[in-house]
Write a protein that binds this ligand. Sequence first.
Ligand SMILES: Cc1ncc(COP(=O)(O)O)c(C=O)c1O
Length: 379
Amino acid sequence: MIKSKLPNVETTIFTKMSALASKHEAINLSQGFPDFDIDNKITELYGHYSKKGYNQYAPMIGVEKLINSIAKKVKKDYNVSVDPLSEITITAGATQAIYTAITTLINPDDEAIIFSPAYDSYAPAIELAGGKTHEVKLVHPSFSINWDEVNKLINKKIRLIIINSPHNPTGAVISKDDIRELERIVSSNNIYIISDEVYEHIVFDNKVHHSLLTSDILRKKTFATYSFGKSLHITGWKLGYCIAPRNLMEEFRKVHQYNVFSCNSPAQYAIADYIDNTSPFDKISEIYEKKRDLFLKGIKNSRFKVIPSNGTYFQLLDYSNISNENDVEFAKRITIEHKVASIPISVFYKDKTDDKILRFCFAKKDETLLKATKILCRI
Ligand SMILES: Cc1ncc(COP(=O)(O)O)c(C=O)c1O
């Protein structure tokens, strides 16, 4: 028998709810992935590069053409200069970038601050590195950061703060004031940041995504992580990247070369070609804002209460007018009885805070959303 390194961790709720949805033939608005067709051009490019023989190991840091394209993209989007060869590494999705950055930063007994409800990969990765996680709850229902709580926790053991904006599961986005608070904290402490910006291109109602790369102070202490899965609707390709200053990136790569070494080669060539020759990122917010609005229009006459989503492809709905059941039970019941699957928000908290809220993914075909919202109106 082996001693579990993560004794309290079970199969993720995303896997469980997707399995339940499939078993009961329910519409799956639980896991965050698109169900619509992706641009043919990108799949053709994948085939093209594979047929041309780009099938062996890519360089450890990533295909040079792709890291150059990313540097150009970051300059265009944020007016930030990044040195491609020393400051960008291609990863197997943002998940591996986050895991590698945590492993790079956290030594046994170091401490980290995350904000809950929190994406589920952060705390286990910190635990595996021997660190301790402090959860600061975002202020319900705006899901903004309570900086007084953060400041109370700052001490010499805190090595890492993880920021996720636009935020999964709430759709909240950080403000310039949040950036200033972070600048103040990292300036006077030996604290680093992982900025999980996988939803950088999905912001609504003319809101702006404030990348931490745009702050000169934060840029020096930040591992910023991104996902082509989210930005190009190709979650199954599992490709993303990390941007960090040279001294941090050198350490990151020492870990990266032993937990994955390098990532899918033809996919990197295909993505580089695709982003150099189309402008795929410019339209994403518009696509998803339309889908969010369609979803909101569809549930307007339901008994669910809407918690505004400013970004990501998730919409939170409060069901306290409908039932007193705990959110896991309620989510399961509506999957089985009404055939719409969602994610209960309590699973994103260590203490399983239950505010009677479910998360619905609207990265779906319009017809899927129309069918699902009709059902939600009947609950
Ligand atoms: C907040 C957040 N970070 C990271 C990831 C992981 O991204 P990837 O699929 O590129 O590993 C996700 C995916 O759902 C996410 O929602």
